[in-house]
Structure formats: structure tokens, C-alpha cells
Design a binder for this molecule. Structure first.
Ligand SMILES: Cc1cc2nc3c(=O)[nH]c(=O)nc-3n(C[C@H](O)[C@H](O)[C@H](O)COP(=O)(O)O)c2cc1C
Length: 165
């Protein structure tokens, strides 16, 4: 099984969760991990707010969009203004060859209702690009990122579910 792990993180919480997912996914097969980044320097709050509404304008640093060679795709998504952070939204609009793939979306957030709305948006975006075998979600409140027991359980449950799908 070959896995692709793609995430964005501004404050570091999603990056931390991604590194824990990487450990779990490596046990299932080779895992390629990529951090979504802005080309050049990190933009401030004002441009990031602009990109929240116009994610197609995000100047993304190069990252693989073709998921054809992977069996499982894991996306690390910080919730920002009720949506994925803009680099993730841009990635969602460009990733392809996702037919029959297992997809895990983990969302790092502060307000659960907002994270659920965001996941629905992510799911709709992915379904525009193809027909994944399954799209699973894992919700991680940012306050629980350092809660080892919580995180291990959340990750192992969703990874097992994806692998058995
Ligand atoms: C400007 C800003 C807007 C945010 N908007 C939301 C939101 O709409 N819904 C939510 O659940 N969390 C929201 N959050 C909380 C973030 O999802 C949380 O801080 C998360 O840890 C960010 O991920 P990161 O540490 O990987 O950058 C927001 C945080 C900031 C700073």
C-alpha cells in the first residue's frame, strides 16, 4: 500500500498531527509526506483573509497533484473561517486521479460545528474531482493535539477503517 500525506499548517498544530499520522501510515506502507506552502514568504493575516475567499489565487509551492500512484490519501486541514485553510482549498481544486482511492481528511479546529461544515465542503470538492472509494474524517480540536491518548485513538481508528474499506 502506498500513501500520500498532504497538509498545511500555519501555527503548527496540523503539522504535529500530520507527523503522528505519518508514523501510523508508515506501518501500512510507504508514505510520501508533503507540506503545502506559499511560494516565497508566508503571507500576513490580510492576504490570508483574501485567499480564504479566493483560494485559486494562492501561489502554492510545487506539490504533487496527481494521486494516481497512491492507494490512500491523507489530507491535514486546519479550519479557518469555516473553510479549509486556503492552500488546502487550492489543493482540493487541483488534485486528480482520485477514483477508487481511500481518503482520510483530518481537521484541526476550535469549533466543532465549523469543522463539520468544513468537512462537508471538503467532501464536495473531492467528489467534483472523481469517485473516491471512501472519504473518512477525523476531527481533532486544537486543544487536544497534545493529548497523546486521544490522538493515538483517533488516528488508529480512522487508519484501520480506511485500510479495511
Ligand atoms: C484567524 C483564525 C480563524 C480561525 N477560524 C476557525 C474557524 O472558522 N473554525 C474553527 O473551528 N477554527 C478556526 N480557527 C482555529 C484553527 O483551526 C486552529 O487554530 C488550528 O489549530 C490551526 O491549525 P494550525 O495550527 O495547523 O495552523 C481559526 C484560527 C484563526 C487564527
Amino acid at each position: 500500500m502506498r500513501n500520500l500525506l498532504v497538509y498545511y499548517s500555519h501555527y503548527g498544530n496540523t503539522a504535529f498531527v500530520a507527523s503522528e499520522f505519518q508514523v501510523a501510515l508508515e506501518k501500512k506502507g510507504q508514505t510520501d509526506m508533503f507540506e503545502l506552502e506559499y511560494k516565497g514568504s508566508k503571507p500576513g493575516l490580510l492576504p490570508r483573509t483574501f485567499y480564504r475567499f479566493f483560494p485559486s489565487q494562492v501561489p502554492l509551492a510545487p506539490v504533487p497533484f496527481d494521486c494516481g500512484q497512491y492507494d490512500l490519501i491523507c489530507l491535514g486541514i486546519p479550519v479557518w473561517g469555516g473553510r479549509p485553510s486556503a492552500p488546502v482549498s487550492k489543493y482540493l481544486s487541483l488534485c486528480h486521479n482520485i477514483d477508487n482511492k481511500r481518503i482520510i481528511c483530518f481537521l484541526v479546529y476550535s469549533i466543532e460545528a465549523s469543522a463539520r461544515t468544513c468537512f462537508n465542503y471538503v467532501k464536495r470538492s473531492l467528489e467534483k474531482n472523481g469517485r473516491p472509494r471512501i472519504i473518512l474524517e477525523a476531527f481533532v480540536p486544537w486543544q487536544k493535539v497534545q493529548d497523546k491518548e486521544f490522538l493515538e485513538k483517533a488516528i488508529s481508528e480512522v487508519v484501520e477503517k480506511a485500510c479495511n474499506a
